[in-house]
Design a protein around this ligand. Structure first.
Ligand code: BDR
Length: 317
């Protein structure tokens, strides 16, 4: 089985990504490490347990990670994901945080990778704070990763959080910089513009959520706010304009689960702008290799959309 560690900030699309991973019979999730991001760390922890409960998989270890970015001012994405990160739908039966592991996320991440050298695929769908701290503590551990899949960054200076910045990178630019610089394992990036271009038609979303399962009912509840938002006039200005729903984190997850999903990508050295009045947190692509980076990443350009939709459908079965 493919061994997976997921680092996330459970918002709506992170929830979708967890459910997608759980629906794959060829995958073993070693653990889930939580980070601040879409909402506060406390909410992220609670949301992660809620998703695992719906899937009957509270046996998967969940770890408490970093509650704040390295240097940046804290940012959440409550407008889109809801203040609680999962669409602000009350859940009186949410599992309690006593179910969390005692070990902290960063230590767990390093341990899980060291115990399974060359075998762990790490999927990162949050600000990259946990990953950055891990490499500071254990500089050589990324060499032991099989691969790293990131949802974050942008390729055409189109932002969703600042004029030029994508949320995960803007929420902790220093962490993104460190990770892109020091994780020398094969790295695949699902950027903001890419995920917009691959967005899902609304007709598919209706079919997806109409499945008669407990998981689909849960998904319908938690996505209601973000889907309404995505259909709003404000979002019409985005690249997604009129095209559909963008489940960003699922592209990174699906690519990690299925090696044949990416049908086009480009290998290029990347870094992150740490200053700039408008550009702090923006991903920078070094096509000319002027920065002499030792490592390049695969920037995802296209995926097999039919396969992707099938994976989403299966996630709610
Ligand atoms: C990313 O930011 C978050 O709001 C989403 O969960 C996704 O990880 C998109 O920019």
């Amino acid at each position: 089985k493919k061994k997976l560690v997921i680092d996330l900030d459970t918002g709506v699309d992170d929830a979708e990504a967890i459910m997608m991973a759980l629906s794959d019979p060829n995958v073993e999730i070693l653990g889930i490490t939580c980070c601040h991001g879409n909402t506060s760390l406390e909410n992220v922890l609670k949301n992660t347990l809620r998703v695992l409960k719906v899937c009957n998989r509270l046996d998967i270890p969940v770890y408490r990670g970093c509650s704040h970015p390295l240097l940046a001012r804290q940012k959440h994405a409550g407008d889109y994901h809801g203040k609680d990160g999962l669409g602000d739908v009350p859940d009186p039966d949410a599992p309690g945080l006593e179910l969390l592991q005692k070990e902290k996320a960063v230590h767990a991440l390093i341990r899980m990778v060291k115990q399974n050298p060359g075998e762990v695929t790490l999927v990162a769908t949050a600000p990259l704070t946990n990953l950055a701290v891990a490499v500071q503590l254990a500089p050589s551990f990324p060499k032991k990763l099989k691969a790293l899949y990131i949802m974050g960054g942008n390729t055409e200076s189109r932002g969703n959080t600042t004029v030029c910045g994508e949320f995960n990178f803007v929420a902790d630019p220093e962490a993104a910089y460190i990770v892109l610089d020091r994780y020398t394992c094969p790295t695949y990036i699902a950027t903001w513009e890419f995920s917009c271009r691959m967005s899902l038609p609304w007709s598919f979303c209706d079919e997806w959520l109409a499945q008669q399962t407990e998981k689909a009912a849960f998904m319908k509840k938690i996505t209601s706010l973000s889907m309404t938002k995505a259909k709003s006039a404000e979002y019409q200005k985005e690249i997604t304009a009129g095209k559909g729903f963008n489940s960003c984190d699922c592209y990174a997850m699906a690519a990690a689960l299925d090696d044949t999903l990416i049908t086009d990508s480009e290998e290029v050295a990347v870094t992150v702008e740490l200053e700039g009045t408008y550009t702090r947190g923006m991903m920078v692509l070094d096509y000319m290799e002027l920065l002499k980076k030792k490592h390049k990443a695969f920037i995802m350009k296209k995926v097999d959309l039919e396969k992707f939709k099938e994976m989403l459908m299966n996630a709610l079965k």
